[in-house]
Design a protein around this ligand. Structure first.
Ligand SMILES: [Fe+2]
Length: 220
């Protein structure tokens, strides 16, 4: 048990949060807003956060005890001043020699829901306002994306296949331009280029953009 790695996950998003695992067991997880009392408090990979400090303090460990830090960004990884983990003054990943991984936003959603689902195998559908830009996609994701493939496009709906400890991107991924990241409503249509109508994702997009559709919490 003691030899199992400490793994820290950070969600650098509008719902900033951190999660600490010992091996495959979740030890503690918390959102920044619970500590700052600022609703939906955003945190950044390059900056210290109350959530990360809380998790390590709860476990009684120091940053140097971490075996891995995984960062999931809602935004552009290329915004180094915001999301470069090497700049985090609390974790000090270079000095502490902590390996880091940065994963796309929808990929993080898919991993987290499948890992806690109890399923041995599953399809995972992520419907999310805006996650990561195309420039931050994995090579596998770039090979399967559909919709608007422009360099400034962002992932919007993604499908993954998860099995055991493996999760691979879908046969379909829809993207849209950043300028079209507007709230879904009866009068607005968020996709500049409609996905293929006959695909499963296409049907879902048609459903949620129909005149009768609405969302209570857009752009989440
Ligand atoms: Fe999200």
């Amino acid at each position: 048990m003691d030899k199992e790695p400490w793994i820290l996950g950070i969600s650098a998003s509008h719902n900033g949060s951190a999660c600490l695992l010992k091996g495959d067991r979740i030890v503690v997880a918390i959102q920044e807003e619970r500590l700052s009392r600022i609703k939906r408090h955003r945190i950044y990979g390059a900056k210290a956060s109350k959530a990360v400090a809380y998790c390590l303090n709860h476990a009684g460990i120091e940053p140097s005890d971490l075996s891995l830090v995984v960062l999931c960004i809602q935004g552009r990884k290329q915004d180094h001043q915001l999301h470069d983990l090497r700049l985090d003054p609390f974790l000090n990943v270079i000095t502490n020699k902590i390996p880091t991984i940065t994963i796309p936003h929808h990929y993080g959603h898919a991993l987290s829901v499948f890992a806690t689902s109890g399923f041995a195998e599953s399809a995972v559908l992520i419907i999310d306002g805006t996650g990561s830009p195309v420039s931050d996609f994995t090579a596998e994701e770039l090979n399967v994306m559909n919709g608007n493939k422009a360099p400034d496009s962002w992932e919007t709906i993604s499908l993954y296949h998860a099995s055991g400890t493996t999760i691979v991107p879908p046969s379909i991924m829809c993207s849209t331009t950043q300028t079209s990241r507007i709230p879904l409503s009866a009068s607005t249509r968020p996709f500049t280029v409609p996905p293929r109508a006959m695909s499963m994702t296409g049907k879902l997009v048609m459903l949620i953009t129909s005149p009768t559709a609405s969302t209570s919490e857009p752009r989440k």
